[in-house]
Design a protein around this ligand. Structure first.
Ligand SMILES: [Zn+2]
Length: 320
């Protein structure tokens, strides 16, 4: 099957505050949800090293976001022909050879079933070298309680939807966000996003990158294989998704935007992996007293909306 997103590609510029300004804004805002917060501008640590083990050392250079497809391609009835390739995404955002990280749905034809994709690929530049493919998929077995995290070394495809940060994968200055002991109700990514939304109002700001849940536990979901019957509303999607409590350390990849820019954007989306066999779609931590987050983020200057569904996200799970 081929990618089908040449017709409806759209792009919106994002507001790009200085890293120093954003650090101050985020530090002030995160204090409403976490007892211990520190946000600073640092050189990006080498992300090819532990505990990240990503495909490229940094998330800098021509940073931009891509929001591809969406939940309407999953429910009520899955559109299994929505198959995309990261090369095409990189082309569409004007960054061939990009380092691409984030959250999406795995390529069902390759994996065998529907799955969560934790995307981590440094694409090839002009055919000079093989892409570095370090993505994972999290999937369920016949028993819905039986999950599995697998490497995806042979494919740069995905299905249905994805929220991705594309960059040149270079080292450079990034935001380092540390937050621990949660005192409020917001999860880590919502706390970041809502802080940006309140401060910057209609100047829409994005963040993309990686965060670690260094201690504590978090609730993650994993999609089962495609449903035989239509999932008619958010409640039915909720019941279909399988939720698990998983243990730190978890490495989470994805992006967020402070608010929609009339493109039916998914506002926040991070998927996690680990080296202890756990991974999936991040919802929230369940251990406020002991949870500890450390993230590295860049501020992209644009978001590309690829293959936007005609229908809006009307059947998303209520917890998403
Ligand atoms: Zn997800």
């Amino acid at each position: 099957m081929s990618s089908k997103f040449t017709v409806t590609n759209k792009k919106a510029q994002l507001h790009v505050p200085s890293l120093e300004e954003a650090a101050k804004v985020l530090e002030d805002g995160l204090k409403r949800n976490f007892a211990n917060v520190s946000v600073s501008v640092v050189d990006c640590p080498d992300l090819t090293q532990k505990p990240f083990n990503l495909a490229s050392p940094g998330i800098c250079g021509s940073e931009r976001l891509a929001d591809i497809g969406g939940p309407p391609y999953l429910a009520p009835v899955p559109k299994k022909d929505k198959v995309y390739d990261l090369d095409k995404v990189a082309e569409a955002v004007g960054l061939p050879g990009a380092f691409v990280i984030g959250a999406g749905a795995g390529p069902w034809e390759v994996v065998g079933v529907n799955s969560e994709l934790i995307c981590d690929v440094k694409l090839d530049v002009n055919g000079n070298q093989d892409p570095i493919k370090k993505s994972y998929v999290a999937k369920l077995g016949d028993q819905l309680s039986d999950y599995k995290l697998e490497k995806l070394p042979n494919s740069t495809q995905f299905c249905l939807m994805a929220n991705l940060l594309c960059s040149e994968g270079k080292s450079g200055k990034v935001l380092e966000v540390k937050a621990s002991k949660r005192t409020g109700q917001e999860n880590f990514m919502s706390s970041l996003r809502k802080t940006l939304d309140e401060h910057y109002d209609d100047k829409v700001v994005g963040l993309g990158g990686v965060f670690l849940i260094e201690s504590g536990k978090a609730t993650l979901h994993i999609m089962p294989d495609f449903s035989d019957r239509p999932l008619k509303d958010g409640g039915e999607v909720d019941n279909w998704l399988q939720y698990f409590d998983m243990d730190a350390p978890l490495v989470c990849l994805g992006e967020l935007v402070s608010r929609d820019v009339n493109l039916d954007l998914r506002l926040e989306h991070f998927h996690c992996f680990s080296d202890h066999g756990q991974g999936g779609h991040y919802h929230y931590d369940t251990t406020p007293d002991t949870v500890s987050y450390r993230g590295y983020f860049t501020i992209p200057d644009a978001i590309y909306r690829l293959d936007q569904p005609e229908q809006t996200n009307t059947v998303m799970p209520t917890t998403d």
